[in-house]
Structure formats: structure tokens, C-alpha cells
Design a binder for this molecule. Structure first.
Ligand code: BDR
Ligand code: CA
Length: 313
């Protein structure tokens, strides 16, 4: 039995964020210390609300949810309602949350928690723009040596971009925050589009969620069915990349993923390539590796893991 891993989930739900959170809450080897919401797919008022709705769907009103930054460090907020719907969580008909939002700011919670736990204990799972995490690092750099690992969904090398020709959404929305995180020196593991574009939903995979036969499986089937319509219509492919649960799956079954330790720099000047993750995949510079950049996934094993975990509710 692997030792329990303490995690903070920083997120902007988002249907795929929701599946990631549910998978984490289903896993007894993960101890979710708190959920910190950030503006991203939809504005902060919705991402924190959605985070609480997901906890309640999981029967976990005891999880503490914190609201964080309502805009990127330096740029205007860009949202993605065209993908996620008006609420960010379109698909199932979930009841409004009854559990409270914590009064502490998410950035303070991140700092206090990392400082309060033993050194090397806390893993940050970042599923949205990196604003909260970067703000925490900027405010208190002593947390860096205490972080076990930052595992994030964002960026791309071979797949380039999904919001501009050069950039992935989470990095594009707050490139200055991403630059801080990639330069921070703590261990960083990245799930870029190069991985998630190989983790596609399909009618069979959505049916497997539905067939679990519990309310969570039903909701996840509806969330993923709503979420995939955008990619199916836009790109004419058979399903949608289920991005964010890759972060949680990596903690549960790292052998599903493979990649390289490389240097990654973030473009923050050129509007044309703003938010590009310039990964030195071929080691053509002498820049020091600063991230484990994944590029492959066992997608059958991934969906099987998610389905098995969600069946535990
Ligand atoms: C990322 O952007 C969001 O739309 C998803 O939730 C995911 O975190 C994919 O580019
Ligand atoms: Ca997300």
C-alpha cells in the first residue's frame, strides 16, 4: 500500500477539472488538504461555486474550498465558455452548493498549508491557470523547498496550441504566472496537450462511466458528453481530450505516462506566440532541465483507472 500523498488541488472547473477532483476524492491514497479555485475556464465566482458542487456530488462537504485570484497577474482574463458552457459545468443538473466557501484567500491557504506540513509533504495539482500558485511563490519563496512536487496540466510542444496556434489555454491565460512556476526550482511535472490529445473520450468510454450506476458515474457521463461536443464539432474527431484527470492519474499510476526531463521557458513578450511553452525537447541548448515534460500515455489504462476509481463512490 503506497503512503498517502497530501495534495492541494488548484482548479478552474471545468468538466475535466471536475472529473479530476472526483477521481482524487475517490482515492484513499490521496489526502485532499483543500481545493483552491482560480479564474480560468469561467470567472472565479463560478469556479469556486463549481468546486463546492463537485465536493457535494462526491459526498465530501467536509473538503475545504478557497477562492483565489480573480484575474491573471498582468493580463486580462480570458475564459472558455464556448468549451465548458455558461456555468463551466454544463451537462448534468447539479444542485446549488450548500457547503460554505472558506473565508481565507486561496493564496494564504497554499502558503500556510505548505509551511504547516512537514517538508516535502505537499504536492500541488494545478489544473488551471497558474495564478494562485505563482502568487504564493512570489509572496513566500520559502515554500519552494518544502513542496514535494508540482504536477500541472498545461502547455504543449508537439501539439503546439489549442487556444492560439502557439499556446495551450492554461498557460496562455496567465503566462507570467506560468513563467514564475517553471522557473521556481521545485520539482515540476507537466501534462501537456501532447499527452492529453491522446486521452480522448469515446462513446464506449462515456458509456463505461454511465454504467458504473452511481450518481457520480452518471454525472461524469453527462459532463464528458457535454464537454466532447466542442472538439467533435470543431475538429471532427471522435472524442475530446480529457485533460485534467491526467494530473491525478499520474499520482495514482505514474507508469501510465512517459516523457523527458527538459528545460521549458514561457513566452511572455510576443503577442503572436504568447504563452507558448518552449520545451527544449531535443536538448539543443544548455539550459538546465526544469520540468518532467510528458508526451505519452497508456490511454486504455487511463480510462480504466478513472472508471475503477469513480465506481468506488
Ligand atoms: C485546459 O484548459 C481548460 O479548458 C481545461 O480545463 C484544461 O485545464 C486544457 O487546455
Ligand atoms: Ca482546468
Amino acid at each position: 500500500m503506497p503512503r498517502t500523498r497530501k495534495i492541494i488541488i488548484d482548479t478552474d472547473p471545468g468538466q475535466d477539472d471536475a472529473v479530476a477532483i472526483l477521481t482524487a476524492l475517490a482515492s484513499d491514497t490521496l489526502d485532499v488538504l483543500g481545493i483552491t479555485a482560480v479564474a480560468g475556464n469561467v470567472p472565479l465566482a463560478l469556479t469556486e461555486r463549481n468546486s463546492r458542487m463537485i465536493c457535494e456530488l462526491a459526498g465530501r462537504a467536509d473538503i475545504r474550498v478557497f477562492a483565489g485570484c480573480d484575474r491573471p497577474l498582468r493580463r486580462q482574463l480570458v475564459t472558455a465558455e464556448e468549451v465548458h458552457g455558461r456555468t463551466g459545468l454544463d451537462g448534468p443538473d447539479l444542485p446549488p452548493p450548500g457547503m460554505p466557501l472558506q473565508s481565507q484567500h486561496a493564496v494564504d491557504f497554499i502558503i500556510d498549508t505548505i509551511r504547516g506540513e512537514a517538508e516535502g509533504e505537499v504536492t500541488i495539482c494545478a489544473l488551471g491557470p497558474l495564478t494562485n500558485l505563482a502568487a504564493a511563490i512570489e509572496r513566500d519563496r520559502t515554500i519552494l523547498s518544502r513542496i514535494r512536487e508540482i504536477v500541472l496540466m498545461g502547455g504543449a510542444y508537439f501539439e503546439a496550441g489549442n487556444v492560439t496556434p502557439a499556446a495551450e489555454f492554461n498557460i496562455y491565460v496567465d503566462p507570467h504566472a506560468a513563467a514564475i512556476v517553471f522557473a521556481c526550482g521545485a520539482p515540476v511535472t507537466v501534462m501537456p496537450l501532447d499527452v492529453t490529445h491522446k486521452a480522448l473520450t469515446s462513446p464506449e468510454r462515456i458509456e463505461a462511466f454511465r454504467s458504473i450506476g452511481n450518481p457520480v458515474g452518471d454525472a461524469v457521463a453527462k459532463l464528458t458528453a457535454f464537454f466532447e461536443r466542442f472538439d467533435v464539432e470543431k475538429y471532427g474527431i471522435g472524442g475530446a481530450p480529457l485533460h485534467d484527470p491526467c494530473v491525478i492519474a499520474y499520482l495514482l499510476q505514474p507508469e501510465l505516462f512517459s516523457g523527458r526531463s527538459v528545460n521549458v521557458e514561457i513566452e511572455t513578450s510576443s503577442e503572436l506566440t504568447m504563452g507558448m511553452t518552449v520545451a527544449d525537447w531535443w536538448r539543443v541548448t544548455d539550459r538546465k532541465p526544469n520540468a518532467m515534460f510528458m508526451n505519452d500515455i497508456d490511454d486504455t489504462g487511463y480510462f480504466s483507472l478513472l472508471t475503477r476509481k469513480l465506481a468506488l463512490f
